[in-house]
Design a protein around this ligand. Structure first.
Ligand SMILES: C[S@@+](CC[C@H](N)C(=O)[O-])C[C@H]1O[C@@H](n2cnc3c(N)ncnc32)[C@H](O)[C@@H]1O
Length: 207
């Protein structure tokens, strides 16, 4: 057991993920999910309160971090929809093909070790017509070369301290390369430090 990973980091991650801006993004996007929903990197369950009981049959939340899943449990019990929490990585989902109508990723694709594999798994488990709802921070645009340099320079340290979070992933490019239609995604800076706040959000569908 690591004191940092199991005791300190979960509280810090949760605090960072509860800013007013991030809560507004959750409130905006999470109610779009419908039917059988898979949430990848569910963490401490901060999205669970925002699912729409009229649209969602069940949320299955996966995450490899037991300490974060433990924090998610009370939120799962209080959620307006049935929730199942499963310890698993996004790169190897323990679910049948075409089992879900919606997939949700918020601030987690930065942390998975193999995003291409994770997105291939999402494609596999989504039904035809299914959608991926995404809110994710990542690499600043080419015009902001200074911020990009910072992001690349900081990543090795940030990744070690921040539970695997990479600052310099081009989220739109990763999704496009994984075969998703990214036309409905938008990107821009939200509040706070530029190296952490360039955010891509919206709905991506397997093309
Ligand atoms: C910054 S937290 C975000 C948690 C949550 N999605 C939210 O919006 O509050 C990043 C999450 O990604 C999870 N994660 C890291 N590697 C993962 C993987 N391979 N598969 C799924 N989740 C992963 C972490 O355990 C953590 O819960």
């Amino acid at each position: 057991m690591s004191l940092w990973a199991d005791r300190v980091l979960p509280g810090l991650v949760e605090k960072a993920c509860r800013s007013t801006t991030i809560l507004a993004e959750r409130r905006r996007w999470i109610p779009r999910a419908h039917g059988e929903v898979l949430e990848l990197g569910v963490g401490s369950g901060l999205n669970l309160a925002f699912y729409d009981a009229a649209r969602v049959a069940r949320v299955t939340g996966i995450d490899p971090a037991g300490a974060l899943l433990a924090r998610a449990r009370p939120r799962a019990e209080a959620a307006p929809v049935p929730v199942a929490l499963v310890a698993a990585p996004a790169e190897a989902l323990p679910f049948a093909d075409r089992a879900f109508d919606s997939a949700v990723i918020t601030y987690s694709l930065c942390s998975v070790d193999e995003p291409a594999r994770a997105l291939a798994e999402v494609r596999r488990v989504l039904r035809p017509g299914g959608e991926l709802i995404l809110v994710e921070h990542g690499l600043a645009p080419p015009a902001d070369a200074g911020t990009r340099r910072w992001q690349r320079w900081l990543t090795p340290l940030w990744r070690r301290a921040g539970g695997g979070c990479r600052l310099a992933r081009d989220m739109t490019a990763i999704l496009r390369a994984a075969g998703y239609d990214v036309d409905a995604l938008t990107s821009g800076y939200t509040e706070g430090a530029r190296w952490l706040s360039y955010t891509t959000q919206g709905v991506a569908r397997p093309a």
